[in-house]
Design a protein around this ligand. Structure first.
Ligand code: NAD
Length: 404
């Protein structure tokens, strides 16, 4: 399913429940601005190459547009639009005073040298600098973009505009105005919710499978492993590893650092990105790309809980199947909101030029995300809908209140 169709279907489910007028629904669906630019850079061999770049500013009724930049060969305008819409919902669910936006470049960053990557990152900032700023639109990292890339972009932006406030980009390195805890925030936010579920359902040593082993997935694997949960399988873009008795995640991380992939981790069996979704585990955590659980494989999902650290991993039709099967889906707009919550904390720290300790950041994050979780759960129960529709209903009400 096209991610944009998916995002709109999810929005429509909640709008229907709330009885919104078609004109209001249209204003919530439509991005405020879509910016497309061609970026030309000189490669190390002296040849020139052009890349397609995007920024979609979906909604700023609650504050400046906010959302990551994705570097991926399959990035496309529909995906960026969907991701921007999800950001507008997510920031409203988390009740932070920012809106929703997203950016991207159609590129495989693994094929670029570090200097080429820097030139491309600076080119994005140059092409977009008129449309962004601490009070206008604040980008952040996403798939295959790193704190270093944010530092290059922020530096380019500050050079071009003469701005001194470092808060135009978040997810920066600590010595460039980054926030402590931002590196672990996405997984940590989801983990606080997971801990609450483990306690509520009295799960003893829950079994966990995680698709994606980057910022979100690897950090989540580490948190689960250190809490004594049994992480039985993890995958990255090249496939992954399974051990029914549980993987030693510290050793898996070292293996990936040394070999550049998860495959062939000693004592494990190989598992594909498709197979991991159908494992008989307590908790399945998609933490890579969108559209992974679809109408084709939803019936085969055996987990009791699906915690969406990735954006858009479950299609709207698959959602209905999972709901009917009694599988609890913690939706992306709540489960992975920890990243944008701490990005917002980074904006606050940059504006005040005062920096908080990691424990201060994480305790504020915990309080915020657990409150959102409680509100989403209550809204869903009250309206007899799934958690996703409950989350959207809260978000739409907050957005419309802000607009008014
Ligand atoms: P990342 O670049 O750090 O890691 C991406 C991971 O996905 C890597 O392990 C990569 O190997 C894997 N991957 C790539 N293509 C794949 C494929 N076809 N099949 C399976 N795995 C594949 O990115 P990240 O920041 O961890 O982002 C992962 C997901 O989490 C994305 O959906 C992103 O939008 C979402 N997310 C990230 C943040 C954040 O703060 N980083 C916040 C909210 C949501």
């Amino acid at each position: 399913m096209n991610p944009l169709d998916n995002a709109i279907a999810q929005l429509e489910n909640a709008a229907k429940k709330l009885g919104l007028k078609p004109s209001v629904l249209r204003s919530l669906k439509k991005p405020k601005k879509v910016i497309k630019k061609k970026l030309q850079i000189v490669l190390d061999n002296g040849k020139k190459k052009v890349y397609q770049a995007y920024r979609v500013q979906h909604n700023n009724w609650r504050g400046p547009f906010k959302g990551g930049i994705r570097f991926h060969p399959e990035s496309n305008i529909n995906e960026v639009k969907a991701l921007a819409l999800w950001m507008a919902i997510k920031t409203a669910v988390a009740n932070i005073p920012v809106g929703g936006g997203k950016g991207g470049i159609e590129v495989n960053p693994k094929e670029l040298s570090k200097t080429e990557l820097e030139r491309l990152s600076r080119a994005w900032a140059k092409a977009m600098h008129k449309y962004i700023g601490p009070k206008i639109d604040v980008p952040a990292p996403d798939v295959y973009t790193t704190p270093e890339i944010m530092a290059w972009m922020n530096d380019e932006y500050m050079k071009l505009t003469g701005q001194k406030n470092k808060g135009t980009f978040t997810g920066k390195p600590l010595n460039q105005g980054g926030s402590k805890g931002r590196d672990v925030a996405t997984a940590q936010g989801g983990f606080y919710i997971l801990q609450d579920l483990v306690k509520t359902y009295k799960l003893k040593k829950p079994s966990i499978a995680i698709q994606g082993f980057g910022n979100a997935g690897m950090t989540m694997a580490q948190l689960c492993y250190r809490a004594g949960y049994k992480v039985v399988a993890v995958t990255d873009s090249k496939g992954g590893v399974l051990n029914a008795r549980g993987l030693n995640i510290d050793k898996v991380v070292k293996h990936k650092e040394t070999n550049g992939k998860l495959k062939n981790f000693p004592g494990s069996k190989a598992i594909s990105n498709k197979q991991i979704l159908e494992l008989n585990v307590d908790v399945l955590i998609p933490a890579a790309l969108d559209n992974q659980i679809t109408i084709k494989n939803a019936k085969n999902v055996q987990a009791d809980i699906v915690m969406e650290l990735a954006n858009g991993p479950t299609s709207n039709q698959a959602d209905m199947v999972l709901f009917k099967k009694g599988i609890l889906v913690i939706p992306d707009v709540l489960a992975n909101a920890g990243g944008v919550i701490v990005s917002y904390f980074e904006m606050v720290q940059n504006a005040k030029n005062v920096y908080w300790s990691k424990s201060e950041v994480l305790s504020k994050l915990k309080e915020k995300i657990l409150l959102s979780w409680q509100q989403v759960y209550q809204e869903a129960v009250k309206n007899d809908v799934n958690l996703r529709t409950g989350a959207y209903m809260i978000a739409l009400n907050r957005l419309l209140k802000a607009k008014k």
